[in-house]
Design a protein around this ligand. Structure first.
Ligand SMILES: *Cc1c(COP(=O)(O)O)cnc(C)c1O
Length: 217
């Protein structure tokens, strides 16, 4: 077994079937993605628009491509035709730009709408992007964007050894998720290579794993 194959097998053993595994392939070559693809993986996530589009254009069409990086509005037109989910929607300005791009007829991966997650700032360190829990709560309660389907929430915990803190951060996102879940609001994306086991315990429906599958970047 190759490393990628055995890494996926060991993650799959621990991950409940109903939790989606988004394989984070940023900075990794297409051959690595194809290896994970041959293991049965179909959900891949990228963080840079150029790389995202290139890989999506050349790799198998049944891959479900998700965007997880910071997205500038001037790069939207590149990303929308391929993104089955944009996980990293972190400002109202970006939401409005997505809405505007839809109304001028930009080709969309899903045809007539865009699926997104709101990225929420749950970490106690200052570096992470995103809405506060309260801002996200208000936005979800009164969602005016008909062609943008709000599928749920994404968050990143603090980069720390303090598992109690990580758990507390994930649970704060889970509480907001539970308040609104139902219908197509069904996705709680949290947990990366270092903390996905904690995220799983805290109720994640999706984990985003890169280096534990593909190796260090
Ligand atoms: C890079 C990245 C990941 C994956 O990180 P690993 O620690 O390599 O698993 C997950 N989520 C986001 C938003 C990322 O940018």
């Amino acid at each position: 077994m190759s490393n990628i194959e055995s890494n996926i097998a060991s993650i799959r053993r621990e991950l409940p079937e109903e939790v989606t595994l988004a394989c984070v392939s940023k900075f990794k070559p297409s051959e690595d993605i194809l290896e994970a693809y041959r293991c049965g993986e179909r959900v891949f996530a990228e963080s840079r628009p150029q790389e995202f589009c290139q890989k999506a254009a050349e790799l198998p069409k049944d891959i479900c491509w998700q965007f997880i990086g910071h997205l500038q509005t001037n790069k939207l037109k590149m990303v929308l035709p391929y993104a089955s989910l944009i996980q990293s929607v972190d400002t109202l300005h970006l939401i409005e730009a997505i809405d505007a791009a839809i109304s001028v007829g930009t080709p969309l991966c899903l045809g007539d709408h865009v699926d997104i997650l709101l990225e929420c700032h749950i970490a106690h360190d200052a570096t992470k992007q995103g809405f506060s829990i309260d801002e996200a709560d208000d936005l979800i309660s009164d969602w005016p964007f008909r062609n943008i389907r709000l599928r749920g929430l994404m968050g990143m915990a603090s980069y720390t050894e303090d598992t109690a803190l990580i758990e507390q951060e994930f649970l704060s996102l889970k509480a907001l998720f539970d308040k609104h879940k139902g219908g197509s609001f069904d996705t709680l994306s949290m947990g990366m290579s270092g903390d996905w086991a904690i995220a799983k315990r805290c109720g994640a429906t999706m984990v985003r794993i890169g280096s534990s599958i593909f190796g260090a970047r």
